[in-house]
Ligand binder design. Sequence first.
Ligand SMILES: *[C@@H]1O[C@H](CO)[C@@H](O)[C@H](O)[C@H]1NC(C)=O
Ligand SMILES: *[C@@H]1O[C@H](CO)[C@@H](O)[C@H](O)[C@H]1NC(C)=O
Ligand SMILES: *[C@@H]1O[C@H](CO)[C@@H](O)[C@H](O)[C@H]1NC(C)=O
Ligand SMILES: *[C@@H]1O[C@H](CO)[C@@H](O)[C@H](O)[C@H]1NC(C)=O
Length: 414
Amino acid sequence: MMKLYVVFAGLLSHAVALDNGLALTPPMGWLTWQRFRCITDCQLYPNECISEDLIKRTANIMLSEGYLEAGYNYVGIDDCWLEKKRDKNDRLVPDRERFPNGMKAIGDFLHKKGFKFALYQDYGNKTCAGYPGVLGYEEIDVESFADWDVDYIKLDGCNVDISKMDTGYPYFGKLMNESGRPMVYSCSWPAYQKEPDYASIAKHCNLWRNWDDIQDSWSSLSTIMTWFAENQDTIAQYAGSGKWNDPDMLIIGNYGLSIDQAKVQMAIWSILAAPLFMSVDLATIRPEFKEILLNQDIIAIDQDVLGKQGLRVWNKSQCEIWRRELFDGSYAVAFVNKRDDGTPYLIKASFDAMSIPTNIYEVQDLYNEDEDFSFGPHGNFTTRVNPSGVKYYKFIPMKLNELSQEKFYYVSGI
Ligand SMILES: *[C@@H]1O[C@H](CO)[C@@H](O)[C@H](O)[C@H]1NC(C)=O
Ligand SMILES: *[C@@H]1O[C@H](CO)[C@@H](O)[C@H](O)[C@H]1NC(C)=O
Ligand SMILES: *[C@@H]1O[C@H](CO)[C@@H](O)[C@H](O)[C@H]1NC(C)=O
Ligand SMILES: *[C@@H]1O[C@H](CO)[C@@H](O)[C@H](O)[C@H]1NC(C)=O
């Protein structure tokens, strides 16, 4: 079955992508930044400082509590892992106290447990937090990453001329390729530019941060959703196997989102075919949030092999409908209520409003609040959505559902 999926995805992917065989579906994992930022004082904050300890503890939890099994396989260290100075051979040096065994040891540890190793750097003279950046040392730094068995580089764009990025990011990618070690290339390139050259970005990067950093709040999440909706005509076409728009980390389980709001993020990120990087303390996360992060049906939508980014297809009275086409002819449809009146809001939507073909559908509630039901081909779909909440459904055309899987693949392949 798996082989068929791959063939199918291959047939659909026409546009040029970075040819490193990686990130064929949006990468998933855990990254330090949003929750742990630049905490470097391990005396004061032993459980939160950016350190070998934090990485090991998190990986162990991801393994024992089902996160790895659910698909979250990259474990990443964001900014603030370095000494402030390179060594006498110009090599980057991981912080000697917080990473006493160096980065190769981290790579080995993660690989032994079945994870992949993601690491942050910056294309400028300095990282955003002021540690040494790669500019002027690109070759030697890529060599270090390969030596440490890094699998994924997030390259930020602080402290460098924006005009340098259009050649600099491809150059760094070329060095990564020449290292011989396949590494996912996450570029912050467009986030710093007014009119990014997305055709070039999609050709040179596996994923790219389009816009502002996410902060731990509903207003930040909500603003990012609006930006992705308003720019979808420009950016959605570049997403596909091996190349993804990145609306930034999942903030689910931290301080700023209610359970309803966390469900909105998980739903919309999966519609957007977004990389899913948690950034949360997995040792203390509440079970309701954990359950959202581990929702297999929603993860499956995010990872859908058609790789087609979904769109906001309707908005009215501060309510929105987002829709994504899936490889098997189904649709993921999210109804978001951005209103703040205190009662759930009744959204009524025609097939047109949902932007799905008129048909009879089996409808599955992806958060399992409702039983499965059927809908269509007449009438409006109605659903009641909590304030700053979501209802998220999968619409499965009945006709397709009746065909056997084998037959269906045959039909689709032609
Ligand atoms: C980076 O450092 C170089 C060499 O010291 C300097 O010429 C350049 O202006 C710096 N660039 C930025 C953006 O700080
Ligand atoms: C380097 O690029 C070539 C050609 O695009 C590709 O076949 C190869 O797999 C790449 N290697 C790595 C390590 O990314
Ligand atoms: C749709 O959303 C945009 C923000 O993305 C807003 O400016 C516009 O007014 C909305 N339209 C309606 C009808 O609510
Ligand atoms: C669906 O909703 C539209 C707009 O509110 C309305 O005009 C139409 O009559 C409704 N159709 C049905 C079958 O209820």
